[in-house]
Design a protein around this ligand. Structure first.
Ligand code: GLC
Length: 425
C-alpha cells in the first residue's frame, strides 16, 4: 500500500513538472506558486535531490530587488488563469504577481539540508539560497511590520494562502469594489463553483490588486495604503519557524550575522504571538491591524501557529482544541470550526482539510511533544488519500475530494509523511 501510494505521488510530481518548476495542478493553476514550490521540493527530495533544489532556486531567481518573493511566477503564457500578468503588470523580466505568500522556504531548505544524501550539493545550494531567504525575511519585517511589533501583516487574502477564509469576511466589508475592471474568472471553469470563492470576494481581490498597481507596486507604500491589513497567526508562525530554521542553517554554514538576525526575528515573533492568543477560544486569532482588534474567527490559522516554537502551554492548548475538533469531524484538520455558522465543508478554506497545513501542524506539535494528536492528524491525512486520491482539499466529514485533482503539494506531502521524516521531538 505504502509503496503504491508513493509511486502514484511520484507520478503526479513528474506529471506536473515543467523542467525547472512544477505547476500546482494541470489546468487550474498553470504557473509556479511560491509556497507550493517550497513544500513540493520536500517531496522531490526523497527521490531526486537535484530537482528539489532546482524548484526553490527557480522561485528565488524571480525574487524582487527589494527582497520580496512573489506568490506567482508566470513562466509561460497561459490564458487558463485569472488574473494573469496583464492584470498585475508588475514589470518584472519574467512576469510575476505583486504580492507574496507564506515564507516556508527557510523551513524547507533546512529540511533539505538535514536529510541530504548529497552533502556537497546541499551545502552549495543552501549557501547560495541563505542570503536570499534572509533578504525576504528582512523585507517582511521592514515592509510588513513598519511599526516594529514583531509580527507582519498580509495586505491581500491571497498572501495568506487561505484565499477565502472566514477570517477576512469583516475586514473585506471595508474593501470597496468601485472601479473594478470587468473580468472573467477562469477558476470556475476548472473546478466546481460551489467549492470556490464567491464573485463578491473576487471583486475585492481585484480591487486590491488594482490599488497596489496604481501605487507602482512600491512596497514602501503598500502596507499603509491597504484597507486590508491582517496579522495572521499561521502566516507569522511559518515566518517565525523559517527564521529559526534559517538561524540554525546559518550557524552550520558559519554565517554569524544572518544567524543572529534570524534568531532575533524568531524570538521577537514568538513573544509577540502572545498578543494574538484568545483564552476564550483556546487558540490564536487573526488581528485586524487597522483597528487593533482580534478577529473572533476560529479558523485553522490559530492552530497552524503550532508550527512555530511557541510556549509549551500554548501547544498543549492547541492539542486540546484539536482533540475537541477531532470529535466533530472524521478527518482532521478542518480549516474552520465545524460548529461555527460560517463553516462550509466544501468551500475551499471555509471548512475543507488541506494536507499541507496538516503536515505543518503535525510537525510542530510533534516537536512540542504533543505526539498523540500529531499522529492522529497524520493518520487522518493518509486515510483521506487512500479513500479519495490526491485532491487539492477534502470535505472533513465525508472525505469528498474537492478542487483540482492530481495535486502537486498533496502528493509531495504524502511522500513526506510516508517517509516518516517528521522532526523528532
Ligand atoms: C490557491 C490556494 C493557495 C495555493 C494556490 C496554488 O490559491 O489558496 O494557497 O498556493 O491555490 O495551489
Amino acid at each position: 500500500m505504502t509503496e503504491d501510494l508513493i509511486k502514484q505521488a511520484k507520478a503526479i510530481l513528474r506529471r506536473n513538472d515543467r523542467g525547472s518548476y512544477t505547476v500546482p495542478t494541470h489546468g487550474l493553476y498553470p504557473f509556479q506558486w511560491n509556497w507550493d514550490s517550497c513544500l513540493s521540493a520536500l517531496g522531490f527530495s526523497h527521490f531526486d535531490e537535484e530537482r528539489a533544489w532546482t524548484e526553490i532556486d527557480t522561485l528565488f531567481a524571480n525574487q524582487w530587488p527589494d527582497g520580496m518573493v512573489p506568490h506567482i511566477v508566470f513562466h509561460e503564457e497561459d490564458d487558463g488563469y485569472f488574473p494573469g500578468p496583464d492584470v498585475w503588470r508588475t514589470g518584472r523580466p519574467v512576469p510575476t504577481s505583486g504580492i507574496t505568500q507564506p515564507a516556508v522556504a527557510g523551513f524547507a531548505v533546512r529540511r533539505l539540508v538535514d536529510r541530504a544524501r548529497d552533502r556537497e550539493l546541499a551545502a552549495t545550494r543552501a549557501r547560495a539560497l541563505l542570503p536570499r531567504i534572509h533578504a525576504w525575511h528582512e523585507w517582511f519585517y521592514r515592509c510588513r511590520d513598519p511599526q516594529g511589533t514583531g509580527l507582519v501583516a498580509i495586505i491581500h487574502p491571497w498572501e495568506s494562502g487561505r484565499d477565502n477564509s472566514v477570517d477576512w469576511d469583516d475586514v473585506f466589508d471595508r474593501v470597496p469594489t468601485d472601479g473594478v475592471e470587468p473580468f472573467n474568472r477562469r477558476d470556475t471553469q476548472h473546478a466546481n463553483p460551489s467549492h470556490r470563492p464567491t464573485q463578491a470576494q473576487y471583486e475585492r481581490y481585484i480591487w486590491l490588486v488594482q490599488r497596489f498597481r496604481s501605487l507602482g507596486w512600491d512596497n514602501t507604500k503598500l502596507h499603509d495604503a491597504s484597507p486590508f491589513q491582517v496579522v495572521d497567526p499561521g502566516f507569522n508562525a511559518i515566518l517565525i519557524r523559517s527564521s529559526s530554521d534559517l538561524a540554525d542553517l546559518a550557524e552550520q554554514l558559519d554565517v554569524p550575522e544572518i544567524a543572529a538576525q534570524s534568531r532575533g526575528h524568531a524570538a521577537r515573533g514568538v513573544a509577540a504571538m502572545e498578543t494574538l492568543w484568545s483564552d476564550g477560544i483556546g487558540q490564536y486569532l487573526c488581528q485586524d491591524r487597522t483597528t487593533g482588534t482580534l478577529i473572533k474567527s476560529p479558523s485553522i490559522a490559530g492552530l497552524l501557529a503550532g508550527f512555530a516554537p511557541i510556549p509549551a502551554p500554548r501547544a498543549k492548548a492547541i492539542a486540546e482544541r484539536l482533540t475537541t475538533l477531532g470529535g466533530q469531524v472524521d478527518h482532521l484538520v478542518p480549516s474552520h470550526d465545524p460548529g461555527a455558522r460560517e463553516f462550509d465543508s466544501l468551500r475551499y478554506w471555509r471548512g475543507p482539510v488541506w494536507l499541507i497545513v496538516n503536515y505543518m501542524i503535525a510537525d510542530g506539535l510533534m516537536r512540542s511533544g504533543e505526539a498523540a494528536i500529531a499522529q492522529r492528524i497524520i493518520n487522518d491525512s493518509l486515510r483521506l488519500i487512500e479513500r479519495s486520491g490526491f485532491a487539492e482539499y477534502y470535505d472533513p466529514h465525508t472525505a469528498e475530494p474537492c478542487g483540482g485533482d492530481q495535486f502537486t503539494w498533496t502528493a509531495a506531502i504524502v511522500i513526506e509523511l510516508l517517509s516518516q521524516e517528521l522532526t523528532p521531538a
